[in-house]
Design a protein around this ligand. Structure first.
Ligand code: PAF
Length: 282
């Protein structure tokens, strides 16, 4: 595995692979790898002949009072894990190269970015869309793989690619969970032992909602009431939002017909966790 940190070197290697018709896959990450990241990489290995993993903690997608500074970082550990999975290139650009002085171009995916996390993290998806487009331009993948835990991000990236006519196939992969159901996230590292127990309320809410739907419940209000009660009864937690949305447009769904996505963002102590699940009529 090679580590490349210079965008020009990355771009010229990617261009030569493209000229040779080599099928390149990109897995964009912010590092501090866990099994969720590794599962995206393993899948990437299967669907392409070259696998690039980008590792960049993107300052543009963090608000002024968010965790950019304390976001966990460990390049040596990450490089070892990536190498083991068979990554070809670990691409680790620096902020000063991606956003040099004078930088002023940003990508906004309009209404999809406004609700859910967008409402609580102003500018977050503008930062995500901007860096992802830059990473696409630097690595020129035919395929890019994202996790469904960041479901709104996945929908936004698919829209970006369609709207800007990018010749890239976006693949979303299922959430990877700890044995007890907690969705894997680099931010889980922030949780104290009691907070770690409380964090399970997200998964318990999703399961409760699934059970309600299996028992015939279709009303948004009834589903969200149950979720809100579970979160409210759990110590150290504060709900940002629980929403039932259309899986493609992310618009609110009043009555479940066919399928909807239940989306959650919950503070556990000073850690903000997100999770989601597909709810389907049977
Ligand atoms: O999901 C993430 O880790 C980040 O939002 C991404 C897609 C790597 C962009 O910085």
């Amino acid at each position: 595995m090679e580590i490349i940190d210079n965008p020009r070197d990355m771009q010229s290697l990617a261009a030569s692979w493209q000229a040779q018709g080599i099928r390149t896959v990109l897995v964009p990450t912010m590092g501090y790898f866990h099994q969720g990241h590794l599962s995206l990489m393993e899948y990437g290995r299967e669907v392409g002949s070259r696998l690039i993993v980008s590792l960049f903690v993107n300052p543009l997608q963090f608000g002024p009072n968010e965790d950019y500074q304390r976001y966990p970082r460990d390049l040596i550990r990450d490089a070892g894990m990536a190498e083991e999975v068979g990554v070809d290139i670990l691409y680790t650009p620096r902020a000063k190269h991606l956003y040099p002085p004078g930088y002023q171009t940003y990508v906004t995916v309009d209404s999809l970015s406004q609700g859910l996390c967008g409402a609580f993290r102003p500018g977050h998806f503008r930062g995500v869309a901007t860096v992802v487009l830059k990473l696409f331009n630097q690595t020129r993948p035919q395929v890019a793989i994202f996790g469904e835990k960041d479901y709104q991000q996945l929908v936004i990236i698919k829209r970006l690619v369609a709207d800007l006519d990018l010749p890239i196939t976006i693949i979303g992969r299922p959430i990877v969970r700890e044995l007890d159901g907690l969705a894997m996230s680099s931010r889980n590292a922030y949780l104290s032992p009691p907070e770690r127990s409380s964090a399970l309320c997200l998964y318990r809410s999703l399961l409760a909602a699934r059970e309600l739907v299996a028992a015939g419940e279709r009303s948004r209000q009834a589903i969200l009431d149950t979720v809100q009660q579970i979160i409210a009864a759990t110590p150290y937690t504060r709900l940002d939002y629980a929403e039932l949305v259309d899986p493609e447009t992310l618009e609110k769904v009043q009555v479940l017909r066919g399928a909807a996505r239940l989306m959650l963002a919950v503070w556990v102590g000073s850690t903000r966790l997100i999770d989601n699940t597909l709810l389907k009529e049977t």
